[in-house]
Design a protein. Structure first.
Length: 478
């Protein structure tokens, strides 16, 4: 190590910050400037990706003859030591170093001296942060994808368990038609599958490497951008140096996918809240995901589901915030773009927590199938079955059959009974075409069994979809 490096003067290691810009500034920043400018408080989360990118850059520089093999080895050894210090909590993150990039470079230079100053050749903090952030978001996508599959698997398992159990299906939160509970749960599997697809698409689009774009115009050094892109797992280098450093649409892609997924989780959470009320009584949430009341000892509150419902707004808010931050920025880089990370970090943390909690809640919930089946018969939910039967069996026009069913509902309301409780004579008085065969479709179990169209609620269709999803999830997990 050189005497200059041991002194920690002249360069990124200078704690005063005066020489960060090569002596162009006569004095360091004002305390308030340092406070508003520094990002190390949050971008230190990029440390592993910053070191990974720097190692790839150092290897490429040596392979291209831009730095010596000895410099490369010193840099790689120093970066490994920095990584170890961070992992064991011995690294001191300094606000005067502004961000994770300068913190790592400063400590590297303290450790190895002059070779540490050569690492930044052929790159800028602009392409460095764009690379680090893409790597971080790509990892966040991978974590979200795995958690999505876990939740989907929990829903599929419950759908299989309750493939034949009947519940009321709703429109406008009014009882509409009977469906099976398994069919209802598979609806969320379809939603989450589209979330999985959106995240997969986002990952594919973001998998371009900005490193080597430098500040905005590329570099005059004979760098090999294909090599660094390949080492970092990117499919290709970003094609345009200005675009590489100036856009954050990869973060928007992730936030948009996360927001839609959060909305789906919120809808599932809302149904769990409703279903666990005394008024519905369809499910009982595990004590692991409920809480009591400080004053009402009988309470069993579905707090985890309510929090998931609430946190969805937080994730959607981060998407809106970044859209507004970026909308008026001229090319290429502006310091506004430093505001891209905190929202993404929080959105990722929040989404991952919600996905994990949802999977556990779904897997551990207890279902009252008798209560659901009883509720499925309320509200004349087989009225459409009566109309369909008149069309299918008696050749009636649907609009005529609809009117017959409506009159039957009115009669049942007057009798305070279900449709299936009306006598055959009463039904024939409404329409003489009705015969005893109608009672085969008026029960809720008969109703769901008859819905055999592709994508329908019939148990046979539900089990087909369960088998399909189990196969697809196995493929995705490979």
């Amino acid at each position: 190590m050189s005497d200059e490096a041991k002194k920690g003067s002249n360069g990124p290691g200078d704690a005063s910050g005066r020489d960060l810009w090569g002596g162009h500034f006569a004095r360091g920043p004002a305390p308030l400037m340092q406070q508003i400018n520094a990002s190390i408080g949050f971008d230190k989360r990029l440390h592993a990706h910053d070191i990974e990118g720097s190692m790839a850059h150092a290897r490429m520089l040596a392979a291209q003859g831009i730095v010596t093999g000895a410099d490369r080895d010193a840099i790689l050894g120093g970066l490994r030591q920095v990584a170890e210090e961070i992992a064991h909590g011995r690294f001191v993150f300094k606000v005067e170093m502004e961000d994770i990039h300068l913190n790592v470079e400063a400590r590297l230079t303290e450790l190895i001296g002059e070779p540490g100053r050569r690492l930044h050749t052929g790159r800028s903090r602009n392409d460095q942060v764009a690379t680090d952030f893409r790597l971080w978001v790509r990892d966040a996508v991978d974590r979200s994808l795995a958690l999505l599959r876990r939740l989907m698997a929990a829903l599929v398992a419950q759908a299989d368990r309750y493939a034949s159990d009947v519940m009321p299906g709703f429109t406008h939160l009014q009882a509409a038609q009977p469906v099976t509970f398994g069919h209802h749960l598979l609806c969320y599997v379809e939603m989450l599958a589209r979330d999985h697809g959106r995240m997969t698409d986002a990952r594919r689009r973001m998998n371009e490497c900005p490193l080597g774009a430098a500040a905005l115009a590329g570099t005059s050094f004979p760098i090999d951008r294909q090599a660094t892109a390949s080492e970092l797992g990117f499919e290709r280098p970003a094609a345009n140096s200005i675009d590489a450093v100036s856009d954050r649409d990869f973060a928007l892609d992730y936030l948009a996918s996360a927001s839609i997924c959060a909305v789906h989780l919120s809808r599932l959470a809302e149904e769990l809240v409703l279903w666990s009320t005394q008024q519905f009584g369809f499910v009982r949430m595990s004590e692991d995901f409920t809480s009591g009341s400080s004053i009402m000892p009988q309470k069993r509150n579905p707090d985890a589901a309510e929090l998931i419902r609430g946190k969805s707004g937080r994730i959607c808010g981060h998407l809106q915030a970044l859209l507004v931050t970026l909308k008026g920025l001229p090319l290429a880089y502006s310091k506004d773009m430093q505001e891209d990370k905190e929202g993404v970090f929080d959105a990722a943390d929040t989404l991952e927590l919600c996905l994990a909690a949802c999977a556990e809640m779904v897997a551990s919930m207890k279902v009252d199938t008798a209560r659901m089946e009883e509720a499925a018969g309320h509200g004349f939910t087989t009225a459409t079955d009566l109309a369909d039967w008149l069309v299918r069996v008696k050749g009636a026009a649907f609009r005529d059959a609809h009117g017959v069913a409506a009159r039957a509902v009115r009669l049942a309301e007057e009798r305070a009974s279900g449709l299936e409780d009306l006598g055959l004579d009463e039904l024939r008085a409404i329409d003489p075409r009705i015969d005893e065969g109608v009672f085969e479709v008026l029960g809720v179990r008969n109703s769901v069994a008859s819905r055999t169209s592709e994508g329908g609620t019939a148990p046979v269709r539900v089990r087909e979809q369960v088998a399909r999803w189990r196969g697809l999830l196995e493929e995705l997990d490979r």
